[in-house]
Write a protein that binds this ligand. Structure first.
Ligand code: QAP
Ligand code: CO
Length: 168
């Protein structure tokens, strides 16, 4: 297993649209294992391959208290079941230290492939529903800061750029 470097906003690679996984093989399973290691170490509740500069449609999530419920979504798709919205204070490993309210559909059905390449479908609730939608956004080059005001987003960008310069 390996710890991978997480790209931070405003790195332009975070805007890349990821491509579909054609075959779920051992190289994809190795990527998934490395992504879990990286996410648990951070620590975070979700990570998209985009964030580690791998532009394949792969997401790992674990929103459980005990950190013992790993979920994998390959080539995920979302269907909105009703347009009732739900607001949550989101964060992101690629936007460290910043949290903002984002509003998204509350009820969705998510279909994807698991780590064996088998199709499955779930109707997640609460934080899991928020997290899956947040991570699918990453695969489409979108970040939670895109939902907030330009002024707030610029302020976050400037603070992170300053930190990046200080780090060298
Ligand atoms: C996405 O985010 C998410 O700022 C996953 O300093 C978050 O794991 C979806 C993290 C909330 C829905 C709701 C953030 C760690 C982790 C930070 C994360 C930080 C350290 C974020
Ligand atoms: Co994120």
């Amino acid at each position: 297993m390996a710890l991978l470097e997480i790209l931070e906003f405003p790195n332009p690679q975070l805007r890349t649209v990821a491509t579909e996984v054609k075959t779920v093989d051992d190289s994809i399973r190795k990527l998934i294992d490395d992504m879990f290691e990286t996410m648990y170490e951070a620590p975070g509740v979700g990570l998209a391959a985009t964030q580690i500069n791998v532009h394949k449609r792969v997401i790992v999530i674990d929103v459980s208290e005990e950190k013992n419920e790993p979920l994998v979504f390959i080539n995920p798709s979302v269907e909105v079941l009703d347009k009732t919205e739900y607001s949550y204070e989101e964060g992101c490993l690629s936007v460290p230290g910043f949290y903002e309210e984002v509003t998204r559909p509350e009820r969705v059905r998510v279909s994807a492939l698991d780590r064996d390449g088998k199709e499955f479908s779930i109707e997640p609730e609460g934080l899991l529903a928020v997290c899956i939608q947040h991570e699918i956004d990453h695969l489409n080059g979108k970040l939670f800061v895109d939902y907030i005001s330009n002024i707030k987003r610029q302020r976050i960008r400037k603070k992170l750029e300053k930190q990046h310069r200080a780090r060298g």
